[in-house]
Design a protein around this ligand. Structure first.
Ligand SMILES: Nc1nc2c(ncn2[C@@H]2O[C@H](COP(=O)(O)OP(=O)(O)OP(=O)(O)O)[C@@H](O)[C@H]2O)c(=O)[nH]1
Ligand SMILES: [Zn+2]
Length: 337
């Protein structure tokens, strides 16, 4: 038995044979069974993109029970939903298998948390200034490849570079087949090449340090202001988490863009730097006087004490600070990798 041809809205949202096959038993049962794509995840609520557009959704009771192989929906997931009576929010009954997954290490590297699913392409954004660090960019490339997505490097703020060719040549060392583009998001320069990646159904995510221009780029690509430049707003006036700001966007010419705080914060899923290497440090950090100690200048810092006593290498702490955007970061102009 072959599945009916998928609808156009689904294709535009990234649906393909892989998902169609997985959803076949669910859809074969007919109404109220539908599918949709998770476009935002709040603390207790979800937003799912269906034929009708973005809709509020809630987990079905059975989804709350832990079961082997069961995972809660994340941004980018295709989910099985039930449309109850008109006016009621959609109910998420299941998560379809994922084609790609971004994970980050939690519990000191003992467990993995999935933060985004079904991303096809990841734009790694950097700038020709202090952010430029080939070894860190190399780790991002490896992390993107490990997720199953394809990496593309964007050298943004190229208008500020004295010698853009030097930076491009350096980035070329990251891999012979790695696409690299020089852009200026603020001046809409070089965006044609970037736009050409957004084919219908292709899901793209942006990652990069704070301030490299991800929001500016998002706004230029979407043609209107959606992303908050400078910071990510997550709460409304009452301080509640709000799901009104979508984090899965459809581009005017096709293609989808995920701009999600969890994914943005590359430091947390920079696998090499943040997992096992920091286990000892995180163990020590439980003894710091302050729960949110940054191990820089706080009194009663168990981590710095351990470094002073030679129990923890100063390099591990320095890397930890670099990954978390703390402390002085020097431009490292690596010659050869
Ligand atoms: N000169 C120049 N400035 C740019 C360019 N793109 C972005 N900027 C500026 O860089 C600053 C940071 O840009 P954002 O878009 O907020 O950076 P972001 O990566 O979203 O930062 P976070 O929200 O902290 O993750 C803003 O002042 C932008 O106007 C560019 O191409 N050239
Ligand atoms: Zn500390």
């Amino acid at each position: 038995m072959s599945a009916p041809p998928p609808l156009t809205w689904q294709r535009e949202l990234g649906w393909n044979e892989f998902f169609a096959q997985a959803a076949q038993p669910w859809l074969a049962a007919g109404p109220p069974h539908e599918v949709g794509r998770v476009s935002n995840v709040g603390r207790a609520s979800y937003q799912v993109w269906t034929e009708r557009g973005p809709e509020d959704a809630r987990l079905a009771g059975t989804m709350h029970q832990a079961a082997p192989g069961r995972s809660l929906p994340v941004i980018g997931d295709w989910v099985e939903v039930e449309r109850l009576a008109e006016g009621q929010v959609l109910r998420i009954a299941g998560v379809l298998p994922r084609r790609t997954t971004f994970t980050r290490a939690v519990q000191g590297g003992l467990a993995e948390q999935i933060i985004a699913a079904n991303v096809d392409l990841v734009f790694i954004v950097t700038t020709p200034d202090l952010d430029f660090d080939l070894s860190r960019l190399g780790r991002y490339v490896a992390a993107v490849q490990a997720s199953g997505a394809a990496p593309v490097v964007l050298l943004n703020k190229v208008d500020l570079a004295a010698d853009p060719e030097w930076h491009l040549q350096q980035l070329g060392q990251l891999g012979p087949d790695l696409p690299v583009h020089a852009v200026s998001a603020a001046q809409a320069g070089g965006l044609g090449a970037v736009r050409s990646y957004f084919q219908p159904g292709v899901t793209v995510a942006l990652i990069g340090s704070s301030g490299v221009g991800k929001s500016t780029l998002t706004n230029s690509l979407l043609g209107h202001e959606v992303a908050t430049t400078g910071s990510v707003r997550q709460s409304d006036q009452q301080g509640r988490h709000t799901t009104t700001g979508r984090t899965l966007y459809r581009l005017p010419g096709g293609g989808l863009l995920i701009d999600n705080p969890g994914l943005r914060d590359i430091a947390v899923w920079d696998v090499d730097a943040s997992s096992a290497r920091f286990e000892a440090l995180e163990e020590l950090a439980t003894q710091c006087r302050f729960r949110k100690c940054t191990h820089t200048t706080e009194p009663g810092c168990a981590v710095r004490r351990a470094v002073e006593r030679g129990q923890l290498s100063a390099e591990v702490l320095a890397t930890y600070h670099e990954v978390h955007g703390l402390g002085g970061r020097l431009p490292r102009r690596s010659k050869k990798r």
